[in-house]
Design a protein around this ligand. Structure first.
Ligand SMILES: Cc1ncc(COP(=O)(O)O)c(C=O)c1O
Length: 477
């Protein structure tokens, strides 16, 4: 079925464009140099096709995956020119490779503020890290997790021993919910799962206070730092949490490397996550003796290039932490203020509009399907955002007030009264002040006048005719 993009008259926003721009002017635009210069990424000034011609890509999709830093690309290139077998050879190149892999582990340990008793295990990504941790929990461990979590943190636990905490209405509410749950649900061991920053709203969770509540009750804490670490300093020691999880591809390194860091005891006592070479001390007919330490859960030849890339990103981000935070404070502040000033645009928050957040904003435009909004932003303005429920369905349903019954309705109706999905704009090192102004102007125009081109909905999403984005560049190999 295809649905034309012209909304029914009653829901159409008729405010003229000039009026929409006036709304925006209530908040002064950013000067191009308003935010401090930050470490360069390889995609700076990436030209992309739009219906109106080629423009430089305005990347507002950092919360999904970040472009690589130039420093990361350089480290990868050096590794590609050098590497040989890792932990398995005595040739010079093998020795260098093995040393770099372990130095990468040490760099990551510093980045996450690891203590002497912590291990740093390289994984594939945050999802892998959570599944690894879940596989190491002693029997009779009760897990406490807020429904707001990303599915990677929400789902890996055994259902029977998991306590789901409802979506809190405020940061204080989160503390009360956790305190109450810990008083009423016991277990030989307990683990509390916390997000550093919400991947939906960007709001920063009160990790230190929640961790103290867990600690008082004798529970351990795992921090999902996938969304916090790219923006703010994180530290196992300072936050007093037991484990930390993050992904390289959200931290300006390429895909394929993530981290689980934290207390060694459960990791060392558990069966290896993967069985195979590298995890074994000895294999005889009588049985297998497994290593302890990170090697126990890193069987098979590891992703050395990914680990080096991640370490290079950690190094650059740590050296530039203040500039990165300042850059995002300026751009993120303008983005949120600007979106809030546009008539017909709703922004969303768990803990209140003034709550501390990283530079992420989730919004809807009245009467427009979020998938259409993201398509138009790309096709007409060269802007990349994400739409949907961001792998945090329970969180987004609560924010948008979607009741479970509503989900039986035709949620693909783009002009349904309640939006079923949202648009997320996430800022990072590839975003400039000019990009923020471009996004705000585009959203104001969409809210006032709808799309400029005609779009139809197909099973593949919203499409428009003569879309130059269909002509993909030649594959890179
Ligand atoms: C907060 C949070 N945790 C975990 C994940 C999962 O990360 P990955 O896809 O790298 O496993 C994401 C990804 O979006 C996230 O935003």
């Amino acid at each position: 079925m295809s649905i034309a993009s012209t909304p029914p008259p009653a829901l159409r926003h008729t405010a003229p464009l000039a009026q929409a721009r006036d709304h925006l002017r209530a908040v002064p635009p950013l000067r191009p140099d308003a935010a401090p210069a930050v470490p360069a990424v390889v995609t700076a000034a990436l030209p992309v096709p739009t219906l109106g011609g080629v423009v430089d890509y305005a990347n507002f999709d950092h919360a999904a995956s970040t472009p690589a830093l130039v420093s990361v690309a350089q480290a990868v290139e050096s590794t590609l020119r050098t590497y040989s077998s890792v932990h398995r050879g005595n040739g010079y190149a093998s020795r260098v490779t093995s040393a770099w892999y372990e130095q990468a582990r040490a760099e990551v340990a510093e980045f996450v503020g690891a203590r002497s008793h912590d291990e740093v295990v390289f994984t594939r990504n945050s999802t892998d890290s959570f599944n690894l941790l879940a596989s190491t929990l002693p029997r009779d461990t009760t897990v406490f997790v807020f429904e707001t979590e990303h599915h990677a943190a929400l789902l890996p636990w055994k259902h029977r021993n998991t306590v789901r905490l409802p979506v809190p209405g405020s940061a204080r509410d989160a503390e009360t919910l956790l305190r109450t749950a810990l008083k009423t649900r016991h277990g030989r061991h307990r683990l509390v799962v916390l997000a550093g920053a919400s991947n939906v709203t960007g709001e920063v969770w009160p990790v230190r206070r929640l961790a103290a509540i867990a600690r008082e009750a004798g529970a351990r804490v795992v921090l999902d730092a996938a969304q916090l670490a790219p923006h703010r300093r994180v530290s196992l020691a300072e936050l007093d949490v037991d484990y930390i999880v993050l992904s390289g591809h959200k931290l300006y390194a390429p895909y394929g490397a993530g981290v689980l860091a934290g207390r060694a005891d459960w990791l060392d006592a558990a069966h290896p996550y993967l069985a195979g070479g590298g995890a074994t001390k000895s294999v005889t007919e009588r049985g297998t003796v497994w290593h302890t330490g990170a090697a126990r859960h890193e069987a098979g030849s590891p992703n050395v290039v990914g680990a080096v890339a991640l370490a290079a990103a950690c190094h650059t981000l740590r050296a530039n932490a203040e500039t990165v935070e300042a850059h995002e404070r300026v751009l993120g502040g303008r983005l949120l203020d600007g979106l809030r000033s546009i008539e017909g645009v709703q922004t969303y928050s768990l803990f209140g509009e003034d709550h501390d957040r990283v530079a992420v904003a989730t919004f809807t435009i009245d009467g427009l399907d979020s998938s259409l909004v993201s398509t138009v932003l790309s096709a007409e303005h060269g802007i990349g955002v994400r739409d949907g429920k961001f792998c945090a369905h329970l969180c987004v349903d609560a924010l948008l007030d979607v009741l479970p019954d509503d989900l039986d309705d035709d949620v693909t109706d783009p002009y349904a009264a309640a939006p079923a999905t949202a648009v997320r704009a996430s800022i990072g090192l590839a975003t400039t002040a000019a990009h923020v102004e471009r996004l705000l102007a585009a959203v104001a125009e969409l809210a006032a006048n709808g799309p400029q081109a005609e779009y139809v909905q197909t099973p593949q999403g919203w499409v428009t005719s003569d879309d130059p984005r269909e002509a993909l560049p030649a594959r890179p190999w």
